[in-house]
Design a protein around this ligand. Structure first.
Ligand code: TXA
Ligand code: MG
Length: 333
């Protein structure tokens, strides 16, 4: 199959809508990362996503909508708090796990009786959903296990020959995926941290951070977010997450330069080892991290030492991705 890359315009939006209505998959831009989209209500179309990604079939997909009325068609028993959060944070990087209606096939929900729903904040993708008139199941558009794609070229690297069309809307604004939450009595539980921070949610209700956010899941344990148990966000190179101050980090990584290693740093340059900087603010770090993991692979390094981000705000999302990329190999200096 030939994979075309097109800029967003009326023609490419119509073409995407046609392909999606006909059961094809299309890579779409969102404000978080690029998604691999198919008609969420069409079993065969959704199966193509799992195939293209090589994704385990018990890992449920997020369903993307373009207007509020779609929510009630897909979900039932929706708590009042969900409507409140939707009106505050949609369109935007918040995914709400709710009881699904029968209209959503089991392949989409990974066999669960719930479904994650979000309204992405990207005008092109909202137009595509509107035009197609169907909700879109869309995981991140990477090969399963790899860093999520934040440019159309990243998608092309992983999906060339497997999908007909990628819509290239430039770099994803945020760079890390949406926050996934479920609902409890007057509280929400964060299953995956993302663009909507715990601090933002806590203005509306109690916020519980699921233990899987910062910890490795024991095998065979019942798990609230299936995605958290798989190897994730990993480049080919081995990743190490290093906690410590600037000075200690620098002297630590210098000792590793012989291992064909590189460093991902926050601020001051390091001499004696190849480094990439992902910036000091959580916004910069979220924006840059996935691209840098791919870049380090392209540049041929075997080991990547990353100066660990904070564990609050948007940086919590970056930290969550990086401990998984590092397979929980954290070094505390
Ligand atoms: O920002 C995003 O959320 C991106 C863009 C494309 O929208 N999508 C994305 O999808 O990150 P994906 O499939 O790569 O990650 C979805 C995560 C997985 O960890 C999955 O297990 C969890 O959400 N999830 C989805 N549905 C769920 C459900 N019903 N219950 C619990 N967790 C769910
Ligand atoms: Mg993903």
């Amino acid at each position: 199959m030939i994979t075309e890359i097109k800029k967003p315009d009326e023609e490419s939006i119509s073409l995407s809508a046609e392909l999606l209505k006909n059961g094809e998959i299309v890579a779409i831009p969102t404000e978080t990362v690029y998604g691999l989209a198919a008609n969420a209500l069409d079993e065969n179309a959704v199966k193509k996503i799992f195939e293209a990604k090589g994704r385990p079939n018990d890992n449920p997909l997020i369903v993307h909508i373009s207007d509020f009325s779609m929510l009630d068609k897909l979900c039932e028993d929706i708590p009042e708090l969900a409507y409140t959060l939707a009106s505050r944070f949609w369109s935007g990087p918040l995914t709400m796990v709710l009881k699904k209606r029968k209209i959503i096939p089991e392949v989409t929900s990974g066999g669960l009786n719930t479904v994650g729903v979000r309204m992405p904040d990207n005008a092109t993708t909202l137009s595509i959903i509107n035009k197609a008139g169907i909700p879109l199941a869309a995981p991140s558009a990477n090969t399963s296990g790899k860093p999520s794609p934040t440019t159309a070229m990243h998608v092309f690297e992983d999906m060339n020959g497997k999908i007909p069309l990628i819509i290239d809307d430039g770099e994803s604004r945020l760079g890390v995926e949406s926050t996934v939450i479920s609902f409890e009595e007057n509280a929400v539980r964060i299953l995956r941290p993302g663009g909507i921070t715990p601090e933002m949610l806590s203005q509306f209700c109690k916020v519980i951070i699921d233990e899987s956010v910062m910890n490795e899941i024991e095998k065979n344990k019942a798990i609230s977010s299936p995605g958290m148990k798989y190897k994730h966000y990993s480049p080919r190179a081995k990743v190490f997450l290093v906690e410590g101050n600037d000075e200690d980090f620098q002297s630590f990584v210098l000792k590793k330069s012989g291992n064909n290693a590189c460093a991902i740093i926050k601020k001051s340059a390091v001499e004696g080892i190849k480094f990439y900087s992902y910036g000091e603010t959580d916004f910069e770090q979220a924006h840059g991290i996935f691209g840098l993991l791919r870049q380090a692979d392209e540049d041929g390094f075997d080991e990547i030492y990353i100066h660990a981000p904070e564990k609050s705000g948007l940086a919590l999302a970056v930290y969550n991705r990086l401990i998984r990329a590092a397979e929980f190999d954290t070094i505390v200096l």
